[in-house]
Structures are given as structure tokens and as C-alpha cells.
Design a protein around this ligand. Sequence first.
Ligand code: NAP
Length: 279
Amino acid sequence: MTILDGKKLKQEILDEVKSKIEKNNAKMKLAIIQVGNNEASNIYVGQKLKACEYVGIEGNLYKLDENVSQEELLTLIDKLNKDDEVYGIILQSPIRHDLDFDYCSNKILASKDIDGFTRDSVYGNYINDTDILPCTVKGIITLLDKYEINLDGTNVVIVGRGNIVGKPLMLAMLNKNATVTVAHSHTKNLVDVCKTADVLISAVGKKGLITADHVKDGAVVIDVGITRVDGKIYGDVDFDNVKDKVSYITPVPGGVGPLTVASIILQLYEMYERRNING
Ligand code: NAP
């Protein structure tokens, strides 16, 4: 069994981008818009800004008041769209429930949409004609590539059909020529469905949902889920009991999570390259 080490790969990705930025004397800004003071968002935003600082990207946080109007939010997005020094814009979710996240994030220019949430980016994934993917999806694909895990012809089972992970991952896996099954809360006999997987990916957010019974011998197991209990982070997979059955497995923490952050930096630098070097 091999542990898929997301933390190590994140460091490699950051170091590679850092050296390219230095070599090309590249200057770029990342704008992160946060509405209010959500505790988990503060942590994620902090990680993104820290990664920016490490590689030499100027990360700017626009922390808006909890009561900001949608109009003010859209005005800021418009301003950042027009700022040539800004190569990437993130609208950090969640935002206040009466603000329309989809509508607002869709106003981000596709060429600055490093989160891959605009309709253009989503459609690009749909027709397999985009380099921009939601960062967690990009992270999973980068991890599988790094460990030379070939998806072509494999049975991939994804548990979870959320808009941020499950659904875009389904398309990305299909685009890699996998045979894809997507399970969700209405799926009958989850154990039997999961057992068909050569590659099992769980993106639910329920601690211990995936047990040794769900996993076929020699499968690859990717755990995207995050559940916080008493300040500790747990995945969906019962790691200790599953690890001896599998060929590869991601830990939580230290698996997919770090790669989500690394993918933001990677996709931001790729935006820069498209505009200034390859474009
Ligand atoms: P989401 O939109 O809430 O989706 C959760 C999915 O899980 C839904 O499709 C739901 O089914 C399904 N589900 C719930 N209970 C289930 C059960 N008992 N059996 C099978 N499926 C079940 O969440 P998300 O945004 O996709 O995120 C999923 C998890 O990934 C969360 O824990 C989140 O924190 C984590 N995450 C991690 C990273 C990272 O960097 N590691 C990044 C993003 C998200 P229905 O559709 O039928 O309700």
C-alpha cells in the first residue's frame, strides 16, 4: 500500500511555480473576496494567502462586511475583472445566503476564474475543452498523474454529487476515459456500488462512511471529505481499517486538501503563462 502524499506534492508544485515566477520575473495578483467572517473560510483564505506569499504572488484579501449588498459585491468583481494586474479572482464560499453565489461568481471573467465555477469553465469541462477545473478536482487529477495511476478504462466510483467536487469530478474522470458511477444519498446498496471501483473517491463529509466492506482488494481510495470534530479533521474513509486492502490511499489531513491550495497557485500561474508567454 502506498500513501498518496498530498502535502509533499503540494510543496513540489509550489517550488516549481516559485522558480518559474523567479525565472520569468512574473508579477501577478490574486484577489480573494470574502463576505463576513466565517471561521472555516478564514482558515482556507489564510492558507491561500500563505501559498501566494511563498511563491511570490501578491495575494490581496477583500474582506467585505457581512451586510454588504449584492450590488457592492458585483461592483468589486467588475473592478477586479478590469484590473490587468489581477490574474485570478476567488469568491470564497460560503457567502450570506440571500446573496446569489452562482450569479456573482459567474460574473468573474472566465480568464480569471481560477476556481473553475463560472458557466464558461463548467461548460469547458463538459465538452472536455478547458485547462481550468475546480481546484479540488484539479488537485485529485494532479495527484493521480503524479503517482502514474492510469484512469483509462478503469471503473471509478465517486460518492457525492456536489457542484464543487462530485459533479465536475465525474466529467473530469469521464474525460480521462474512465467508466464513471456517481453515488449519492439516494443510492441503494452503497457497499455493492463502491465495491465495483478500481478507483473509489468519496466527497461527502461523513466521518467513517467508507469502511473496509466498501473497498475491493487493491483499489485506489481518494478521500475528499472533511469533518471537524473537537478541532480535529477526519475524512469519509475509515483509514485504519481500509489501508491494508488498498493499493493507494490518501490520508486526511495531508491528502487532497493541500492539493486544493496548490492547484489554485498552479492554475493562477497557468493563467499568467497563457496571457504572457504562450498566449
Ligand atoms: P455537498 O455539496 O454537500 O455534497 C455532499 C454529497 O454527499 C451530496 O451529493 C450528498 O447526496 C452526498 N451524501 C450525503 N450523505 C450520503 C450518504 N450517506 N451516502 C452517499 N452519499 C451521501 O458537499 P461538497 O461541497 O461536494 O463537499 C463534500 C465534502 O468534501 C465535504 O466534506 C467538504 O468539506 C469536502 N471538501 C474538501 C475539499 C478539500 O480540499 N479536501 C474541498 C472541497 C470540499 P445528495 O446529493 O443526495 O444530497
